[in-house]
Design a protein around this ligand. Structure first.
Ligand SMILES: [Zn+2]
Length: 302
């Protein structure tokens, strides 16, 4: 995969198949749900251990660089395992034996395609998208799914507090960002993510969502801080120079991290990768990857 090019959902689909083929027996892949527009929601797994770590990218359309970051991470960890090498100083064979990584590069394929203009202009959803978009035909900053729901506000964690804040901001219906939907888990992408997470919960050790941007690490939900969450966030920060921060306002409810923390008391993180204006340019890819690779490996080794 060319990491220096933006990736639409078909590119990510192809990349997942390519690395699953190339590292057969080390990586596996599958589908755990479908987007509103029927695109497969795909996962990659690595490792045969009993302790699971979930990594998910691209909740937000304009943050599709996170899908490429997770594809490269999957390929690199598989390659190191195949060749008996360490990865950035980490013993990958240990991770492979004792952990299972479940990696979802792109949770919002429709949003990523809308943002990149990869959805054909004659698609049946297009008139509805135009009616939801205050920027006309410019979808450059589109974060939501195809129904205009911001997936990272659709989880059942302070959902109704989030709703009140939305309304204060003048958001009452679908749009490019911040509308949390009619009720928690109303969106198939979030439903699938919740089902997948619930399936692994008895053995789930951490769950991490990659977003862009800001070079920040978030953990906890309100006053709830699962055992180990702060320690891990501090370790991530030391390894990456990213700052440990506390979300404020509307960003502090309804997200994947909030839901995992609230419902299961399992350490869960939002990593705001890179710095700049979304969508971050693909030319930032290697610079960002270098910073987040140790975060992913610390997490996977926990
Ligand atoms: Zn985001």
């Amino acid at each position: 995969m060319d990491y220096l090019k933006a990736a639409a959902s078909t590119d990510i689909h192809r990349a997942i198949n390519t690395i699953a083929d190339e590292y057969q027996g080390i990586l596996s892949s599958g589908v755990f749900g479908f987007s509103i527009l029927g695109k497969p929601l795909e996962y990659i797994t690595f490792g045969v251990g009993k302790e699971t770590h979930i990594f998910v990218g691209t909740h937000h359309g304009s943050e599709h660089i996170t899908a490429s970051l997770l594809i490269k991470f999957s390929a690199d960890i598989a390659d190191a395992a195949q060749n008996g090498r360490k990865l950035a100083g980490f013993d990958v064979s240990n991770i492979r034996s004792y952990r299972q990584l479940v990696i979802i590069p792109m949770l919002n394929p429709d949003g990523a395609d809308i943002e990149q203009g990869a959805l054909p202009a004659d698609h049946f959803i297009f008139p509805r998208l135009l009616s939801m978009n205050p920027h006309g035909r410019d979808f450059t900053h589109w974060q939501a799914n195809a129904r205009g729901v911001d997936l990272n506000h659709n989880y059942d964690a302070g959902f109704y507090e989030c709703k009140k804040l939305e309304q204060k901001l003048g958001i009452f219906s679908g749009g490019p960002t911040r509308f949390g939907g009619q009720y928690p888990e109303s969106e198939p992408e979030v439903q699938a993510m919740c089902d997948l997470t619930r399936f692994f919960v008895p053995r789930l050790k951490t769950a991490t969502a990659l977003h862009t941007q800001g070079e920040e690490i978030y953990y906890g939900y309100g006053e709830k801080i699962p055992d180990g969450a702060k320690m891990l966030a501090d370790m991530f920060s030391r390894a990456s120079q990213y700052a440990v921060s506390k979300p404020e306002g509307i960003a502090s409810y309804g997200g994947y991290k909030d839901w995992v923390t609230d419902k299961f008391a399992i350490p869960s993180f939002t990593i705001e990768c890179g710095r700049g204006v979304n969508p971050l340019p693909p030319s930032d890819f290697y610079k960002i990857y270098e910073k987040i690779l140790p975060i992913l490996l610390i997490c996977a080794s926990f």
